[in-house]
Design a protein around this ligand. Structure first.
Ligand SMILES: [Cu+2]
Length: 232
């Protein structure tokens, strides 16, 4: 099997990839087969002096076969897809990691609750084009957009979801590998669309905890911070 997808790093990623390759091989195989037959017959029945045309009214058996076989294949693919889709979109695993992601032309705002555990209060941790998560834990994301349609895309997590103005869309993923990965916008959203990317850092659990505590400390509004803290 050749590999052209980016490294997979989420729990449901390998199942999506498997489905992708099954469909790729089926459609790729059919494409090569039909093109080869097309060229073969075009060559075999090419013009020759003195050869008479063959008149045919078709072949019902062949027609039934090439209708029924793809129909069965499509039904099987539907059920295979549904199983994977149910896992990705119709389950909501318990988690205590919740992130609010807001798209706007042309940045990703990534927000974590502060020590009060609530979003959109003064002590929120607010990052731009940067997201931190722990490995091996489901991550809840509430996805929103301030202006136009964007698409939140984590290629390595095999997660892609449109961000729609006026909607808050819940999505989740669980990383299986630590490291730095890409955040991209997969919806043409304006002239700066190509600049709309960020970095996703997957930390080991302990490291994430430390990171979050540090970030929460420096996110406390200055008037509440003790004067001796100094600049963070
Ligand atoms: Cu965008």
């Amino acid at each position: 099997m050749f590999v052209w997808l980016p490294e997979v790093a989420s729990t449901y990623g390998p199942r999506i990839d498997h489905l992708f390759y099954v469909i790729l091989y089926l459609t790729g195989g059919s494409f090569i087969l039909t093109e080869a037959l097309l060229f073969y017959f075009a060559f075999k029945y090419r013009h020759r002096e003195g050869r008479r045309s063959l008149y045919t009214h078709g072949n019902s058996t062949v027609e039934v076969v090439w209708t029924v076989v793809p129909a069965v294949v499509l039904v099987v693919l539907t059920f295979m897809s549904k199983t994977v889709w149910d896992e990705v979109r119709h389950t909501w695993p318990d988690s205590d990691v919740s992130v609010l992601v807001t798209a706007s032309q042309f940045t990703w705002e990534v927000r974590y609750p502060g020590t009060d555990g609530k979003f959109e209060t003064d002590d929120d941790v607010v990052l731009t084009n940067e997201m931190h998560v722990p490995v091996g834990k489901p991550i809840h994301i509430q996805l929103r957009s301030k202006d136009v349609l964007h698409s939140f895309f984590l290629p390595n997590m095999r997660l892609k979801q449109d961000a729609v103005p006026g909607l808050t869309i819940p999505i989740w993923f669980e990383a299986t590998k630590t490291g730095d990965f890409e955040i991209a916008c997969a919806e043409l959203c304006g002239f700066g669309h190509y600049t709309m990317h960020g970095a996703l850092t997957v930390h080991p659990a302990e490291e994430y905890k430390t990171w979050l505590e540090e970030a929460q400390k420096s996110a406390i509004p200055s008037e509440q911070a003790a004067p001796s803290d100094g600049p963070a």
